[in-house]
Design a protein around this ligand. Structure first.
Ligand SMILES: [Zn+2]
Length: 412
């Protein structure tokens, strides 16, 4: 497919329940490698939709569908090169708001996408008391150079191509820790809520959306955890929401959907996969949820309670400010092109190896899973070459330790 414009993103949908498929992009005369199509977990019964795949301004793309995929449809999206939209000033944040949110008018939401050709709102708003907070990832690229453009692409994909009439999350957070307003919630100054503090219904967990607040981290957090700023912004947002809605961040309870009466029992701060079969919010992020709940509780207990709007929240440092202790660093199973770097830490923490040849560029691999026995395989190495390396680990509270430099030499 050649859409005739530089491709920022492609999303693919089909009918049925077949999963799999792949996509590749053409830059100049070169076709890139096939990449697997994976879902973002925002499902509509009877259809399968991929997450948006980054095209990096490709000229063309090809899609391989799984067996049994019916009525395939693909959409290429460009949200960076069009004419600038003229958008009226939107509402500002409420005075004293604990979390600063980039409003729809600020990230460039084209509000006309929420209306049909006759001017009717496709998905009218409904509001309920918030009972659950659910964490997602968007299954889009990591290291995103233009997150606001990604938010616009997800909005367009959900609102138009998937027919929702708006974006499915109430909040989105980028890797720099900026929080974006998602689902439209009226003209009052409170994102995600109406003027009385009820939460707007969005579409992020099948069958359980009323009273359920969805916060999505941009990126694919399956093997790589969130950036420190993104995680911190998520914890602040969850603390603010839990505090406003009287939810115990460490608690678990039965949630009854106000629209159908369906019941679900689970944590007040959940991951999407707690609700239904989906990879979302990614294994690496999901593993961090217990630590995130603890940090949210710590943020809430250190927040000054006040009845005026002139005092902002104050936070103290979390109790754990001690980095993990790294020991037993070594390279094993060194072959001509690969090596495994192993080390131990005295508390569970993430794994990162930086490696380099003399003065060449430093490369790195990482794993966001929290472990004490670290084992990271480096491949694609040059033969009979001396590599220097060092390792680092970050604990659940964000404290990082880095080792001294070591080296190994690959075989010939
Ligand atoms: Zn999700």
């Amino acid at each position: 497919m050649t859409p005739g414009f530089p491709i920022d993103y492609v999303g693919v949908q089909w009918d049925g329940d077949a999963s799999g498929g792949a996509i590749r992009f053409q830059h100049g005369a070169q076709w890139g490698p096939w990449a697997e199509l994976t879902g973002d977990g925002v499902e509509v019964a009877g259809t399968v939709a991929s997450g948006l795949v980054w095209g990096a301004d490709a000229a063309a793309y090809q899609v391989r569908l799984p067996v049994g995929a019916a009525q395939p449809r693909a959409v290429a999206i460009n949200t960076t090169d069009g004419p600038p939209l003229t958008i009226g000033a939107g509402p500002g944040d409420a005075a004293g708001a604990a979390v600063s949110v980039i409003r729809r008018s600020e990230w460039g939401a084209d509000e006309s996408l929420r209306f049909d050709a006759l001017g009717n709102e496709i998905w009218p708003t409904a509001y309920y008391p918030a009972q659950k907070l659910t964490v997602h990832h968007t299954a889009t690229l990591n290291g995103d150079p233009d997150p606001a453009a990604t938010v616009r692409a997800i909005y367009r994909y959900h609102a138009v191509d998937r027919g929702f009439g708006d974006i499915g999350y109430q909040y989105l957070i980028d890797e720099d820790g900026r929080t974006y307003e998602g689902r439209w919630s009226g003209t009052d100054p409170d994102p995600g809520h109406d003027a009385t503090g009820l939460v707007v219904t969005a579409a992020h967990v099948g069958g359980y959306n009323s009273g359920n607040v969805g916060a999505a981290l941009l990126g694919t957090l399956t093997t790589q955890g969130p950036s420190a700023p993104a995680r911190s912004a998520l914890e602040s947002l969850l603390a603010d929401l839990a505090s406003r809605h009287g939810l115990d961040p460490m608690g678990s309870s039965t949630f009854t959907t106000p629209v159908s009466g369906a019941k679900w029992t689970g944590p007040n701060i959940s991951g999407h996969r707690d609700w239904e079969a989906t990879e979302c919010p990614g294994g690496a992020l999901y593993t961090l949820l217990p630590a995130i709940r603890s940090n949210v509780a710590a943020l809430m207990s250190s927040t000054t309670t006040t009845t005026t709007t002139t005092t902002t929240t104050t936070t103290t440092l979390p109790a754990d400010t001690r980095p993990p202790v790294i020991s037993s660093v070594g390279a094993v199973n060194v072959t001509a092109t690969s090596a495994s770097v192993r080390w131990s830490t005295d508390e569970t923490s993430t794994s990162r190896v930086e490696y380099w040849v003399s003065s060449a560029t430093v490369l790195s691999i990482q794993n966001g899973a929290l472990v004490t026995a670290h084992d990271m395989k480096i491949s694609g190495l040059a033969r009979r070459t001396k590599y220097s390396y060092r390792v680092s680990s970050t604990d659940a509270s964000g404290n990082t330790a880095t080792s001294a430099n070591f080296s190994f030499t690959t075989r010939k």
